[in-house]
Design a protein around this ligand. Structure first.
Ligand code: CUA
Length: 339
């Protein structure tokens, strides 16, 4: 990938139109993918994207008209117009026209708001708390049982979901650009956000409010799936943790418990019952590690336990780099096995 890009850059340096093409493709790539408000996969995001294009179009029309009049004014002969018609050109083109276009856009934007905020027909409720710097996610099963996980949200497609958003200490902002708008997570308050995913797929959510050193390392995966797949996933998440299967995983579990990890982390079905850090009961099934910072493989678990503060500055979890490499590796295998 990097090689291709380097080649493109070398060629582009030789040909000016190559630079333009590269810039254009870079801009278009930015609008695509898992985390773009202009690539909507939800009802709210669709309205916001449509509003964006209308506003961009309105701004372009105003700019063209005003610049056209300004250019004309510099070229026109001073006696070409009487005072009266010149005044109309200024008032009409410089004031009335922009006010009419902007008022139209404002009314259109205001009309969209009630449907974006409506909490009717909600099929699912999810509590999300912004922590420094990760996301505590809580579902409730039909039996009313709370299921806690972290840094990953799964949703059934085509159903309205209400998020209850809060934070224990500092302000964060919860944003899944592909699905809808963002809402602040404020300590001592619960804000609600209703989203309706319309397409299955994997998207990316992010914190959109500066919240401290590792604000940029606070992301999460959003998986939109069919109702059946979602129900099965939630039932699996509600289960207690899998017991270690291999000898290596058993050694890892012993090391995990002996080093006090359970003081902060919960692994349901074991002695680890801490609530300060993320629930790790099914951490091995997650798509990313450390809130979207690392891939979720054994090597990343080992690196994270040994060097957490180097990977995520000011993280509350201390680095356990003083442990023997064999112990770190066993713990990584144990955690990856918690699927
Ligand atoms: Cu949390 Cu920025």
């Amino acid at each position: 990938m990097r090689l291709t890009l380097t080649n493109d850059l070398t060629t582009a340096r030789l040909q000016p139109h190559g630079v333009c093409l590269l810039l254009l493709s870079a801009v278009l790539v930015g609008c695509d993918g898992q985390q773009s408000a202009l690539n909507p996969a939800g009802a709210g995001a669709q309205s916001i994207a449509t509003l964006f294009w209308w506003m961009a179009g309105g701004a372009l029309v105003i700019w063209l008209v005003v610049m056209g009049i300004a250019l004309y004014a510099t070229q026109a002969h001073p006696e070409a117009h009487g005072i009266r018609s010149a005044r109309w050109l200024i008032i009409g083109g410089g004031i009335i026209f922009p006010v009419v276009v902007l008022t139209g856009l404002l009314i259109y934007g205001l009309m969209l708001m009630p449907q974006l905020r409506s909490a009717e027909n909600v099929a699912l409720r999810v509590d999300v708390s912004g922590e420094q710097w990760w996301w505590r996610v809580r579902y409730r099963t039909d039996a009313g049982e709370a299921v806690e996980l972290a840094n990953e949200i799964r949703l059934p497609v085509g159903e309205r979901v209400a998020f209850s958003l809060t934070s224990p200490d500092v302000i964060h902002s919860f944003w899944i650009p592909s699905l809808g708008g963002k809402v602040d997570m404020i300590p001592g308050r619960v804000n609600e956000l209703v989203l309706e995913p319309t397409e299955t797929g994997t998207f990316r959510g992010a914190c959109a409010e500066y919240c401290g050193t590792s604000h940029a390392l606070m992301n999460f995966a959003v998986v939109v799936m069919t109702r059946e797949a979602f129900d099965q996933w939630l039932a699996e998440q509600a289960e207690p943790a899998q017991q270690p299967e291999t000898e290596l995983q058993q050694v890892g579990q012993q090391a995990f418990l002996a080093n006090g990890c359970g003081a902060c982390h919960q692994v349901r079905g074991t002695a680890a019952d801490g609530t300060v850090g993320p629930d790790l009961t099914h951490v091995g099934s997650r798509l990313t590690l450390a809130a979207g910072t690392l891939p979720a493989d054994v090597d990343a678990f080992r690196r994270w336990i040994g060097h957490s503060s180097a990977i995520k500055p000011d993280v509350k979890m201390p680095a356990f780099g003083m442990l023997p490499e064999a112990q770190l590796s066993a713990m990584a295998h144990y955690l990856k096995g918690l699927e």
